[in-house]
Design a protein around this ligand. Structure first.
Ligand SMILES: [Zn+2]
Length: 170
């Protein structure tokens, strides 16, 4: 089978959006393409020139829910990160501040990479964080290790499956 043509009508070049190298297949990004320009009715992100951003959408933009908000509505996180260990209980405020600061920074730069929600009480037990993107999931795990040490397990999932990561420090 000859598939060397890069210019066929069905070929699709992955966008390079400044994320870590390697394109990870995400079914939510490969759904129908939004019309341009569009704005998401849930989060007000805008889609223009092939990418989602926080720029103000131009007047007359169509309404089209972004892939991150689709995941939130469907209850389908792209990644989950569990935090556990004695350090978490002893430093709950510091750890959760880093979680929130990292989320703010990542979502400003990458509108589709967000923390969805947090469950569990860091003072008493494990905390489960759910994300709309695997880069946010993995990135927060790495930020925790950098700030506090401990260990991170974050195996890359099968295409379409959520990442299940775990940060722990005793
Ligand atoms: Zn949205």
């Amino acid at each position: 089978m000859n598939t060397t043509s890069a210019h066929g009508p069905t070929s699709h070049q992955p966008r390079h959006d400044g994320m870590e190298s390697g394109h990870h297949s995400d079914p939510y990004l490969e759904r129908r393409k939004p019309p341009e320009p569009s704005t998401c009715p849930d989060c007000q992100a805008s889609f223009h020139q092939g990418r989602w951003s926080w720029e103000t959408p131009p007047a007359g933009a169509s309404s089209h829910r972004c892939p991150a908000c689709e995941r939130i509505r469907d209850g389908m996180p792209a990644g989950e990160l569990t935090l556990s260990g004695a350090f978490l209980a002893a430093h709950a405020d510091e750890v959760m501040r880093l979680v929130n600061n990292t989320d703010d920074r990542v979502r400003m730069e990458h509108p589709l990479e967000r923390l969805i929600d947090t469950s569990g009480d860091p003072a008493t037990g494990p905390v489960l964080l759910r994300f709309t993107g695997i880069h946010a999931t993995h990135g927060l795990g790495k930020a925790l290790v950098k700030a506090f040490g401990g260990s991170l397990e974050a195996p890359y999932p099968e295409p379409g499956a959520p990442m299940r990561a775990h940060w722990q420090r005793d």
